[in-house]
Design a protein around this ligand. Structure first.
Ligand code: WTA
Length: 670
């Protein structure tokens, strides 16, 4: 049997990087001021939650508003879980209604800002909870009128504008399932997702803004929907009333959002959704060419995001909370919409890029709106560092009291810079580890209690059982291995849409004797104090600027090009993005390597998947390094792409292949 160290050689981070991280010994106790008023300051909560996790989660769930109580907290038939069995709960009621209508334990927040939004060109909108309530109700009626019923899937392909959040909550009100597709994805990606879930309706916008450019979402939608029979209607949000922008309309299929909303009734009875009714599907990349539709249900998901938002961000009524993620990703679902709104928070949303029109846009927004909690990604932090200290120093950031990080491992330098230049050494930093599949944050500091260490996501949230296991499934107390979750948690994914077999195989089959243990696909080290240090993926999934992209997905896009015979894709280390896509390609006879072809292939991938997957480097080769059994040796390709010394090549069918590639790569670099 191989030991875990050998098998983890496939991870993106080398042993030397691990050693550097583990030598990191700076420690930051919570600032005294912060601790004084924090929700959680007592370690005893870990023990209490661990003693009876079900009772602990039930206590959280009972802070939500239920239409009917549950009969059983957990029904666990590994690997399938049902939480709050028999309970009825509507997510839109919990995110909106209960803040509008006072009830025991909740004061009336109807005129509190729910969403403060700013568009990239500087246009603004504020929706109070009462405004949001009216808009969600109207939108639900619009959907209903177009035939959307409980259980139907609605596709959302929108810029980061309030209508996206409203549409999600309107679906939830009806018990319809939303499938949000990030506005940067291509027509083909949108088509695949709409077909997979048999969406009945799509909501899009004529355009959105990104770095001063108009992104034509309706045009992409039209292209995507050729070949989607299930979609009967398209609702189009007009991004701005007087832009003069024209987009094609298909008579009888397409409607303007504002016209439908004008005619819609302002009350829609919320559906009595079951705790286990599907709330949404969100597609994410895995180890095959086809993205997986991750299924989240209602009661458990809401419980998880509600609890983690409250404690990890130490959320208080006065906070102005800003999570910079797009709603197209899980972070936007859980920490722009469902977590903060179920807590009755004020959420800031900003449509555009951080460097538009200047590289201080984020800091200007914090100053302008008095943001108190700021949650962003390491890739953004590294870009801010590169842009220089003057941009944040030129703005008043004194309103900030807490900083968060998510999406990829944060290197200690970036963590320190964030804490010093954005947090002015006064704000705790919470590095939060989780996944689309986990629904909510699972490993993170609790800011009023945890002593943080730069680069570590610290410890599992109370009630979460996270461990490090080796290849054999044995528990590793201190040292490196695979991240595993050994007990079910409320916001866990329930399955992969239309592919339960893949769900079982992907997440619950790593250790044959432990069919009730979740394999996260991440490698981590645990130090002597039980702190987790994440090292990156251990599978063929890249993390580019905090976004998950499957190597196989990019490979299938490449081999779809007529000139390409075979392709191998790896993530190579990148200063800002964490990883960048590097592609190795062999050509069909009759095609010659050229710079134009490399450019055409990059474009082809962007067109097939979306520009986030565009390879940074395309390298042509007569052959690819393979083992004798025909498996492409990605680790070697990564070494080549990163200009490192080659690792063990003894298992290769033809060692000369990799030597040639390396030479070719080096000549390209010089
Ligand atoms: C990585 C994003 C280290 C990890 C919420 C995980 C992280 C994948 C962290 C999930 C973190 C996310 N430290 N790695 N704080 N947060 N990751 O599904 O590899 O887009 O498996 O969810 O991102 O990406 P996803």
């Amino acid at each position: 049997m191989k030991n875990s160290k050998t098998d983890l050689s496939q991870t993106v981070v080398s042993q030397s990087a691990i050693d550097v991280l583990l030598q990191e010994n700076r420690k930051f106790p919570p600032p005294a001021d912060f601790q004084k008023n924090a929700w959680i300051k007592d370690e005893a909560i870990y023990e209490k939650a661990a003693k009876d996790p079900e009772a602990y989660w039930a206590a959280w769930a009972s802070e939500l508003q239920w239409m009917k109580p549950w009969k059983k907290i957990l029904d666990w038939k590994p690997p399938h879980a049902e939480w709050f069995v028999g309970g009825k709960i509507n997510a839109s009621v919990n995110c909106v209604d209960r803040h509008v209508f006072s009830q025991t334990g909740h004061h009336d927040k109807r005129n509190k800002a729910a969403v403060i939004w700013e568009g990239e060109p500087g246009d603004t909108r504020t929706l109070t909870y009462w405004d949001l309530y009216r808009e969600v109700n109207q939108c639900a009626n619009v959907l209903k009128k177009l035939g959307i019923q409980k259980g139907d899937c609605v596709g959302l392909y929108l810029p980061l504008i309030p209508e996206l959040l409203i549409a999600c909550l309107a679906c939830a009100r009806l018990g319809a399932v939303h499938s949000v597709v990030f506005g940067g994805f291509s027509a083909e990606s949108l088509r695949d997702r709409m077909n997979d879930a048999q969406a009945k309706l799509v909501i899009t916008a004529d355009f959105g803004w990104r770095r001063g450019n108009q992104i034509h979402l309706k045009k992409v939608t039209d292209e995507a929907l050729q070949g989607v029979n299930s979609v009967k209607n398209v609702i189009v949000v007009q991004r701005s009333a007087n832009s003069g922008f024209q987009c094609a309309f298909q008579e009888g299929r397409d409607y303007w959002w504002h016209q439908l909303m004008k005619e819609a009734d302002s009350y829609c009875e919320p559906a009595e959704t079951d705790a286990e009714d599907m709330l949404f599907i969100l597609y994410t990349s895995g180890t095959t060419g086809k993205p997986k539709g991750i299924v989240h249900t209602t009661g458990g998901y809401l419980t998880g995001v509600y609890a983690t938002t409250k404690w990890i961000f130490d959320l208080k009524d006065e906070d102005v909370y800003w999570c910079t993620a797009d709603i197209g990703w899980i972070t936007g679902h859980s920490y722009v919409i469902y977590g903060p709104l179920s807590n009755g928070a004020t959420v800031l949303m900003y449509e555009g890029a951080p460097d538009w029109p200047e590289k201080n846009r984020f800091w200007k927004l914090i100053e302008k709106y008095g943001v108190t909690i700021f949650y962003t990604a390491p890739t953004a932090i590294r870009a801010f560092m590169k842009w220089g200290n003057d941009f944040p120093a030129g703005c008043d950031l004194s309103s900030l009291r807490l900083l968060g990080s998510v999406g990829e491992p944060i290197n200690p330098e970036a963590w320190m810079w964030y804490q010093e230049h954005i947090g002015r050494k006064k704000c705790p930093v919470v590095d939060t580890w989780w996944q689309t599949e986990t629904g909510s944050i699972l490993i993170s500091p609790l800011p009023g209690m945890t002593v943080t260490k730069p680069g570590s996501a610290t410890k599992p949230f109370p009630g979460i059982s996270a461990e490090i296991l080796n290849e054999a499934g044995e528990r590793i107390e201190t040292g490196g291995g695979y991240v595993a979750l050994t007990k079910p948690w409320p916001s866990m994914l329930r399955t992969i849409f239309n592919d339960d077999e893949r769900y079982v195989k992907q997440y619950w089959s790593k250790w044959p004797s432990k069919k009730d243990v979740y394999f996260a696909g991440d490698g981590a080290n645990r130090d002597q104090e039980g702190y987790f240090w994440f090292m990156g993926r251990v599978d063929d999934v890249m993390n580019v600027a905090g976004h998950r992209i499957g190597t196989m997905e990019v490979e299938s896009a490449l081999v779809d090009h007529p000139a390409v015979a075979e392709a191998a894709v790896v993530g190579k280390a990148h200063d800002i993005k964490g990883q960048a896509v590097a592609a190795f390609v062999t050509l069909k006879s009759g095609h010659k390597p050229s710079e134009e072809l490399a450019k055409a292939l990059k474009e082809h991938v962007a067109k097939k998947i979306g520009s986030i997957a565009r390879p940074e480097a395309v390298l042509f080769s007569a052959d690819l390094p393979k083992t004798r059994s025909g498996k492409i040796m990605r680790r070697l390709l990564r070494d080549i792409a990163e200009g490192k010394a080659l690792g063990d090549t003894t298992t290769l069918a033809d060692p000369a292949v990799v030597e040639n590639l390396k030479k070719q790569y080096e000549s390209l670099e010089s």
